[in-house]
Design a protein around this ligand. Structure first.
Ligand code: MOS
Length: 747
């Protein structure tokens, strides 16, 4: 089928852009309902201990206050479990108020509900809690707890011996060149501009939840279980999000609180999590401590790679930060061992944050490779070329599509890497010292299961529907592009429906997998509706094709025609429908999941590299990232405009990860003390130079017929290692604990 006007691969402005910039796009907290009440949670002010008294009398007597909920009057809340189809996922399984034990600072211990937000906040502040407090453990030095060899994590079983081949210890011991270093990444907090928010409305036994979530279908599953109702009774709506970065992948306790309180009071309830609460009770990237040992020959061939990492976790929960995810396949090395351990701390549940696992993991392993290159006196790009694998040596299967060396070549050329002089402090520009660094990156590519429907209508318009969501990444536009690609209906005549569990079940907006996941479903749905149109064309008495056989007809660019007579001879599908007196026909399609496949025939990942320049002015202790070239091999890029935007955003986050971000827990209270946008530093415009993004654009047909793998998280992977290498090149200081602080650089 030829696609003369396909928008696939064309830079396509967001179809939802006008709604956003004109303010008509409604975000979760923009919804208002008659009689709606406001809920504000009461946060624990200790991180370890138990509540011995909860005095709500003063709060309950305040003006406008409807109720103060606690264990005993909130109604029953149950636990949830995983369900088939990658739903039922939740990082904090304990329902709120289940017991009187406080395990982290900011744990919700009560909930004030009032006529206004201000009255609810005042009431929450007036609740008096008496605690028996123990000393919290927020120790930053991570020693693994005594866990079994195989552990159940949030959504998988994991072997603590994550990967092994050859004799890593023996080969390390006898290697002529050795490197043994430990790299630390701090707790990082998701700070999407849109706060977590829930509005819960019961209509009899039916619950509607307006949510800011990266997964409406999963949230329905968890909330239905927690409330003890059939999932058919719960509808979750999430039309527009101010992003999530993983923090909104899975439900948090505030959603259950809002739903339970609304059930008790019989009124709509809105609960918006505060920025401070965002640091406490809705997830974070856990702290990691990663020991990397490399053994190599004098000419740079790796002979041994050991990656042993520890991350912290909350007292009850089991988020897995898989820092070793990319380690087994990223380099060719005959002897390898990857292990992990966990250390319990009095902190809230950790969760996925953009590039979970691989992002801190590649920071460590790519940093080690950069240090090894310096130790050997080999260019870091060359060291990577020397150790490029021919296949995924961890799984023992070929890569579906890996063009990492071409990324290096392209990136080095665009950056001008060949003019780098390796000696520390040897490069200058306008009186400042330059540092150049680079690193490679990888991120898993897979599909979640997905269903979609495509409708064609008698006015020439189309509708595509899928219960996935657009977290700001461009999913509305992708769905429109896919439907247009197959049906020929122009983008402007396509309605996209997503973010609603009434629609065909769609994937999480996570793992950079939403796009890859919906491609087969939408294309199959379009094929199904086209087949129906052709059937209708042959059975409608007034159709020009009434005497034709179904197999003689074709559909192209929105037109039905007789194959032998060519496309110009046909009529539009709208014409076919009108003659049949049909308003619309609909088709549905499905994508099967590949994520979690234990024995894949091919290894599917995206790859890329970053080249980074920093500018160092020691006399004023000023360090800036001054230039970035990033090259990404992510299969076919469906929308280069949105794709570039994703990578630029990831690089901005990478600058923050390298130089600014980190959540600090105060030792006595266990509170995350920099819990505001003023105190938690993130990269802002002034920190960010122009970012030069390139895509290789090799379709990966293993993932879907268009060859689109997925982008977003890959742009953050490896970036911090390129920055710390550049910092070393400029200053001679090797920083192995992120973020790089100015005081690290002052001799
Ligand atoms: Mo991303 S951490 O999978 O939202």
């Amino acid at each position: 089928m030829t696609m003369t006007r396909s928008p696939i691969g064309q830079s396509t402005p967001r179809v939802d852009g006008p709604a956003k910039v004109t303010g008509t796009a409604q975000y979760t907290s923009d919804f208002h309902f008659p009689g709606m009440l406001y809920a504000v949670p009461v946060e624990a002010t200790i991180a370890n201990g138990r509540m011995v008294k909860l005095d709500t009398a003063a709060a309950e007597g305040m003006r406008g206050v409807r109720a103060v909920f606690r264990r005993g009057n909130i109604g029953k809340l149950f636990r949830s479990v995983l369900e088939p189809g990658f739903v039922g996922i939740c990082d904090e399984r304990r329902p709120p108020f289940e017991d009187d034990v406080v395990r982290y600072y900011g744990q919700f211990v009560a909930l004030a509900v009032a006529d206004t937000f201000e009255a609810a906040k005042a009431a929450a502040d007036a609740v008096r809690v008496t605690y028996e407090a123990d000393k919290p453990n927020v120790d930053t030095d991570l020693k693994p707890d005594d866990d079994p060899d195989v552990i159940a994590t949030t959504y998988s079983q994991e072997h603590r011996l994550q990967s092994q081949r050859g004799d890593a210890d023996g080969a390390f011991a006898s290697a002529p060149i050795k490197l043994d270093q430990t790299y630390v990444t701090p707790t990082e907090t998701h700070n999407p501009i849109e706060l977590h928010a829930t509005t819960a409305i019961w209509d009899g036994s039916m619950l509607t939840l307006y949510e800011s979530t990266q997964g409406v279908v999963n949230l329905r599953s968890v909330l239905a279980q927690m409330l003890g109702v059939p999932k058919e009774n719960v509808r979750v709506i999430s039309k527009f999000l101010g992003s999530g970065f993983g923090g909104k992948l899975f439900p948090w306790t505030h959603s259950a609180l809002a739903a339970a309180a609304a059930r008790q009071l019989g009124k709509p309830i809105k609960l918006v999590v505060s920025r401070k609460m965002m640091f406490q009770s809705v997830g974070h990237r856990p702290r990691t401590q990663q020991r990397v040992r490399l053994g190599a020959t004098f000419d740079g061939k790796l002979v041994s790679l050991q990656h042993d990492y520890v991350y912290d976790r909350s007292m009850l929960d089991a988020h897995h930060e898989s820092c070793g995810e990319a380690t087994p396949f990223h380099y060719s090395v005959p002897n390898l061992r990857v292990t992990f351990g966990r250390a319990r701390r009095n902190v809230g549940a950790a969760t996925d944050m953009r590039g979970p696992g691989a992002v801190p993991g590649l920071y460590a392993t790519e940093s080690a490779m950069n240090e090894l290159a310096d130790q050997l006196g080999i260019d870091p790009v060359k060291l990577r070329i020397i150790n490029e694998p021919k296949l995924d040596e961890g799984l023992g299967v070929p890569f579906s599509s890996r063009h990492l060396l071409e990324c290096f070549e392209h990136g080095a050329q665009k950056f001008g890497w060949s003019s780098r002089t390796p000696a520390v402090g040897s490069m200058k520009r306008e009186g400042a010292t330059l540092g150049w660094g680079m690193a490679g990156c990888a991120w898993v590519a897979a599909r979640f299961s997905a269903e979609a429907s495509v409708e064609l209508r008698d006015d020439g318009t189309a509708r595509v529907a899928c219960a996935t969501q657009d977290i700001g990444t461009g999913t509305y536009t992708n769905l429109a592009q896919l439907a247009s690609h197959r049906t020929g209906v122009p983008l402007g005549k396509i309605e996209v429906a997503l973010g609603d569990t009434l629609l065909p079940p769609g994937p999480l907006s996570g793992g950079s997998m939403a796009t890859a996941s919906v491609v087969p479903a939408v294309l199959a749905a379009a094929d199904a509706v086209i087949a129906s149109v052709l059937d209708i064309a042959t059975v409608t008495p007034r159709s020009p094709f009434a005497t034709r056989r179904r197999e003689d007809l074709a559909f192209e660019d929105g037109r039905v025609f007789v194959k032998a007579e060519g496309a110009s001879s046909g009529v539009s599908f709208a014409d076919v429908l009108r003659r049949a007196n049909l308003r619309l026909v609909s088709g549905s399609g499905r994508s099967e999941a590949t994520f979690g496949d234990a024995n894949p025939k091919l290894s599917t990942h995206s790859f890329g590299c970053h080249f980074v320049e920093v500018t160092w002015q020691p006399e004023i202790a000023r360090l800036r990232v001054s230039r970035v070239v990033t090259v990404i091999d992510a299969g076919r890029i469906l929308n280069p405009l949105a794709g570039r935007n994703q990578i630029e955003g990831a690089v901005v986050m990478g600058i923050g990860m390298a130089l600014l971000e980190g959540t600090t827990y105060e030792r006595r209270s266990g509170a995350p003390i920099n819990s505001s946008l003023g105190d938690y530093l993130m990269a802002v415009n002034a920190d960010v130079p122009p970012i030069d993004v390139h895509f290789l654009d090799y379709p990966d047909k293993e993932i879907n017929e268009l060859g689109a793998r997925g982008i977003g998280e890959i742009g953050l992977a490896g970036f911090a290692a390129a920055v710390t290498a550049a910092v070393h090149h400029a200053t001679g200081v090797r920083v192995r604990e992120l973020p790089v602080k100015i005081e690290d650089l002052l001799g």
